[in-house]
Write a protein that binds this ligand. Structure first.
Ligand SMILES: Nc1nc2c(c(=O)[nH]1)N[C@H]1C(S)=C(S)[C@@H](COP(=O)(O)O)O[C@H]1N2
Ligand SMILES: [Mo]
Length: 382
C-alpha cells in the first residue's frame, strides 16, 4: 500500500484488516463511479451531485453508503446465502441455485438513505452531511425475498427479519458487525423486494454490495443489505447494530429542531416520506425563456399523485406532467415547461403529493425559508 501512496506508512500495523487509507480510498472505491462527491473517505460515503437526471440511475451514479469496511472481492461462484432462524427448512444456497430455483425478476427500485438531506438541518445533525444525492433508482435483477422466505417456510411466531453481510466493523474485530438491520415480516413478504445479483444488467458494483444484496424500496436504504450472506427470522424486533438507540430512528412525534428527546420516545423509521427532486436544469445554469424542468418523485410504499412546480417563490404553482412508476417501488419521473419572463435569478421549487394526500413540506421546521432549498428540491436559475 505504501508504494501505492508513494511513501512509507510508519503505523501500517495499526490499520484494521481491509482498511483502505483515505489517500487511496477515493480512487479505489470510486472506480466505475462518475463524479460522486466523497463525504467520508474512511468508510467511503459518496453522493451524487446533480447528476440524477436519468430515469434509471446508471451504476456509475448510484451513491455509496458504508457503515463499515466494505467487503473486498466478488467471488460470485462460491458465495452463499443462508436463510435460517425461525423457518421450517433452513437453507444455504449459492447464487446459481437462487437463479435456478426461483423466478428471476428485474425491477427498478428506489433506494434512499435515511440520512439524505441532513446537511440542511439546523442545528446540525451528526453523521455524514448528505445533501440531496443519497438516492438512486437502478434496475436490479434477482429473486423475490418473499419467494425465498416461502420456500424456507416462515414459522407462525416470526415478527422480524435480521440481515447479515460480509463487510467488517471499523474496529477490525471479526465478530462485530458494522450493521445488521431487519424489517417486520409483513414488509418482508411484499412483492417488490429483491435479493439481487445484478445492477443495470451487470454484476453489482463492488461498493453497492457485490455479489449479492437486498433491495428494499420505500423504506430506509439501510434495509437494503449489501454483501448479503444471511437472513434469519426472529420472534422479536431485531436488535442488531444500528437497530437500537437513535440509529435509523426518529422521534415518535413532531419536535422542534435541536429539542432533546428521550431515547424511549424514538421509533424505527419505516416508510420514507413523500419527496421530489429537481434534476434538470442544474443549479446556476439556464437561459430564461421556456425551460423544461424535470426530476423524480417518490413516496415510500405509495404512489405520487401530483408534482407542482413554482418559479416565483411559491406564489403560483404549475402542475407537472407525472409518469407512472415503471413498476411498483420505482420513482416517478416528471417534467414541466416553465416560462422564465426575463434573465435573472429564480428559484424553482417542486413539491410532491402522494395518493394518501401527504404533501412534501415547503420547508423543514426550523429552516428559515430563504435557505430552505432542500425539502422542495429547489433549484436556482440564473
Ligand atoms: N452490509 C451493509 N449493507 C448496507 C450498508 C452497510 O454499511 N453495510 N449500508 C446501508 C445503507 S445505510 C444504505 S443507505 C444503503 C446504500 O446502498 P448503496 O451504498 O448501494 O447506495 O446500503 C445499506 N446496506
Ligand atoms: Mo443509509
Amino acid at each position: 500500500m505504501g508504494s501505492m501512496i508513494g511513501t512509507a506508512i510508519p503505523f501500517h500495523r495499526n490499520m484494521p484488516t481491509g482498511f483502505i487509507p483515505a489517500a487511496l480510498a477515493d480512487q479505489h472505491a470510486l472506480t466505475g463511479k462518475d463524479g460522486l462527491t466523497l463525504l467520508n473517505d474512511r468508510l467511503i460515503n459518496a453522493e451524487t451531485p446533480q447528476l440524477l437526471d436519468d430515469p434509471i440511475t446508471p451504476t456509475a451514479r448510484h451513491f455509496i453508503r458504508n457503515n463499515g469496511v466494505p467487503f473486498e472481492g466478488t467471488d460470485a461462484q462460491s458465495w452463499t446465502l443462508t436463510v435460517d432462524g425461525l423457518v421450517n427448512n433452513p437453507m444455504t444456497m449459492t447464487i446459481a441455485e437462487l437463479q435456478n430455483n426461483f423466478e428471476n425478476h428485474t425491477l427498478a427500485l428506489t433506494v434512499e438513505c435515511g440520512g439524505k438531506g441532513r446537511a440542511a438541518f439546523d442545528p446540525p445533525a451528526k453523521g455524514n452531511q448528505w445533501t440531496l444525492g443519497a438516492v438512486a433508482c437502478s434496475e436490479w435483477t434477482g429473486v423475490k425475498l418473499k419467494d425465498v422466505l416461502n420456500a424456507a417456510g416462515v414459522k407462525d411466531n416470526v415478527v422480524y427479519t435480521a440481515h447479515v453481510g460480509a463487510d467488517s466493523h471499523m474496529s477490525g474485530k471479526p465478530d462485530k458487525l458494522p450493521i445488521s438491520r431487519g424489517m417486520p415480516i409483513e414488509k418482508a413478504m411484499t412483492d417488490n423486494i429483491l435479493i439481487a445479483w445484478a445492477q443495470n444488467g451487470e454484476p453489482i458494483h463492488p461498493n453497492n454490495g457485490a455479489p449479492l444484496r437486498l433491495v428494499v424500496p420505500g423504506w430506509p436504504g439501510s434495509l437494503s443489505h449489501k454483501w448479503l450472506q444471511r437472513i434469519y427470522l426472529r420472534d422479536v424486533i431485531h436488535d442488531g447494530p444500528k437497530m437500537t438507540g437513535t440509529a435509523y430512528r426518529v422521534p415518535n412525534r413532531p419536535v422542534s429542531p435541536g429539542e432533546k428527546v428521550d431515547k424511549k420516545d424514538f421509533v424505527i423509521i419505516e416508510r420514507m416520506l413523500v419527496k421530489s427532486l429537481i434534476t434538470s436544469p442544474k443549479t446556476g445554469t439556464g437561459t430564461g425563456g421556456q425551460v423544461e424542468v424535470r426530476g423524480h418523485a417518490w413516496s415510500g410504499d405509495r404512489r405520487v399523485q401530483r408534482v407542482d412546480v413554482s418559479h416565483d417563490f411559491g406564489v403560483t404553482w404549475q402542475q407537472a406532467e407525472l409518469d407512472d412508476p415503471v413498476n411498483d417501488g420505482a420513482w416517478q419521473n416528471w417534467r414541466a415547461n416553465v416560462e422564465f419572463p426575463q434573465a435573472g435569478y429564480y428559484e424553482v421549487w417542486a413539491g410532491a403529493t402522494d395518493d394518501a394526500g401527504e404533501q412534501q413540506p415547503l420547508q423543514s421546521p426550523g429552516i428559515p425559508r430563504a435557505t430552505s432549498t432542500t425539502p422542495c428540491g429547489a433549484l436556482r436559475l440564473r
